[in-house]
Design a binder for this molecule. Structure first.
Ligand code: SAM
Ligand code: SF4
Ligand code: FES
Length: 350
C-alpha cells in the first residue's frame, strides 16, 4: 500500500496480490484503514476537502441497445419510456443554475430521436444561456463526426464507462456491441479534446480479481480525467437479474486504489453506492471519491429512469437533494465546491 502511495503505480502482479490480500481480511482490518487513510491524503494534495457537484439530467430513457444488466435495455417492455423536450431540459438547467450548479450532465439511453442536429441545438442553447457552465454528455457510442459536432457546439466532457476491460466478458453482456468500438470511442473522445470519463461496474458476473486488475491497468494507461465506478445492482427485468451484484465494501477498496493510481482523477461517489447503503456515498467520499451528481430531472420522470431497482432520490425535488447532499458531504468531513470543477492540472494553476 505504501509503495502504491509513493509510486502511484504497481505491477499487475502486485495489484492482484493487494486485491487478494485485502479480500481475505475483514472490513475493519488495519490494511483497509491504511488504504483509505493514504487515499484521502493523496486526494487532499490536489483537491483538499472539496467535493464537486454536477447536476444530472436524465433526458431520455429510450435506448436502442440491450446491455444485459441495464433496466433501460430496448427489450425491457416494462419501461414507461419518456423523452424530455428542449424546454424541459432547459428548465432543469435553469433550476440547477439557481441552486448553484455549474456543470450539467446530460445522460440518456442511445436514442436516435436526439439526432446530431437536435443535440447541437440543445448544447448551443444551454451555453448561450449560461456562459460559465460545463456540459458533460453521457449518451453512448457515436461516430467521430458526431462527437466532433457536439464538441464544436460547446460540450466539454464525456462520460462513457468501458464497463469492463475484459473483451470476453464485455461481449458476453453487450449483445451486438463490440469491445473495440467502445475503446475506440474513448480514444476518439480524448483526441477531440474532451475531458473523458471511463469506468466500470463492480461485481459483474465472472469478474475475478485478475479481471479487476485488467480494469485498473486499462484506466492507468488511458489516463482519463474522470472515472465512474459503482456496484452492479441486478434489475429483475434483465438477463442478469438473478446474479448477485457488487458490494459497497469492494467498491470502496477499488475507489481507494484508483485514487492512489490516478491521484488527480475526478471520481464520483455514485448513486448506486447510496442505493445499496444509506451511508454509501459518505463512505465513498472517505475512500477517495470527490464528486457527486445529484439529480435535476423532473420528479415525474425520475422513477422511469430505472437502470436498477430501488434507486434513491426518485421522489425528491432537486432543491431537496441539493440540501441533503450538502449535509451528507459535511457530515463525512468534506465541503461542497460549486465551481465548474475542471480536472486538476498544474497547468491550470501556473
Ligand atoms: N447509455 C449511456 C451509456 O451506456 O453509456 C449512458 C446511460 S447508462 C444508464 C449509464 C451507466 O449506468 C452505464 O455506463 C452503466 O455502467 C450503469 N448501469 C447500467 N445498469 C446498471 C446496473 N444494473 N447497476 C449498476 N449500474 C448500471
Ligand atoms: Fe442503453 Fe446505456 Fe442502458 Fe446500455 S447501459 S441499455 S446503452 S442506457
Ligand atoms: Fe437526493 Fe438525499 S441526495 S434525497
Amino acid at each position: 500500500i505504501y509503495k502504491l502511495y509513493e509510486n502511484e503505480n504497481l505491477s499487475d502482479n502486485e495489484l492482484l496480490k493487494l486485491l487478494d490480500e485485502i479480500d481475505i481480511f475483514s472490513f475493519t482490518d488495519k490494511n483497509r484503514d491504511l488504504l483509505f487513510e493514504l487515499s484521502r491524503k493523496k486526494r487532499s494534495i490536489y483537491y483538499k476537502d472539496d467535493v464537486y457537484m454536477r447536476g444530472l439530467i436524465e433526458f431520455t430513457n429510450y435506448c436502442t441497445n440491450n446491455c444485459d444488466y441495464c433496466g433501460l435495455r430496448n427489450k425491457n417492455i416494462n419501461v414507461d419510456r419518456y423523452r424530455l423536450s428542449k424546454e424541459q431540459i432547459i428548465d432543469c438547467c435553469k433550476e440547477g443554475y439557481k441552486l448553484g450548479y455549474r456543470t450539467f450532465v446530460l445522460q440518456g439511453g442511445e436514442d436516435n430521436h436526439f439526432s446530431d442536429d437536435v443535440l447541437v441545438d440543445l448544447i448551443i442553447s444551454i451555453k448561450k444561456l449560461f456562459s460559465d457552465v460545463a456540459i458533460t454528455l453521457s449518451i453512448g457510442e457515436k461516430s467521430k463526426k458526431s462527437y466532433q459536432k457536439y464538441k464544436n457546439a460547446g460540450a466539454d466532457r464525456f462520460l462513457l464507462r468501458h464497463e469492463t476491460a475484459n473483451k470476453e466478458i464485455y461481449e458476453n453482456i453487450h449483445p451486438n456491441m463490440s469491445f473495440e468500438n467502445r475503446i475506440n470511442c474513448l480514444k476518439t473522445l480524448k483526441e477531440l479534446g474532451y475531458q473523458v470519463g471511463a469506468g466500470f461496474m463492480v461485481g459483474l458476473p465472472n469478474q475475478t480479481n485478475s479481471v479487476l486488475v485488467e480494469d485498473l491497468r486499462f484506466l492507468k494507461d488511458l489516463d482519463p480525467e474522470m472515472i465512474g465506478i459503482g456496484p452492479f445492482i441486478p434489475h429483475e427485468d434483465t438477463p442478469l437479474g438473478k446474479f448477485k451484484g457488487g458490494s459497497v465494501e469492494q467498491t470502496l477498496i477499488l475507489l481507494a486504489i484508483i485514487r492512489l493510481l490516478l491521484p488527480q482523477v475526478l471520481l464520483p461517489s455514485t448513486t448506486a453506492m447510496g442505493t445499496l447503503d444509506k451511508l454509501g456515498r459518505e463512505k465513498a467520499l472517505k475512500a477517495g471519491a470527490n464528486v457527486v451528481m445529484p439529480n435535476l430531472s423532473p420528479t415525474n420522470v425520475r422513477e422511469k429512469y430505472e437502470i436498477y431497482k430501488d434507486k434513491i432520490c426518485t421522489g425528491d425535488e432537486a432543491a431537496h437533494c441539493r440540501g441533503c447532499i450538502e449535509r451528507r458531504i459535511n457530515s463525512a468531513g468534506f465541503k461542497v465546491n460549486m465551481s465548474k470543477g475542471d480536472y486538476f492540472s498544474w497547468d491550470n494553476i501556473n
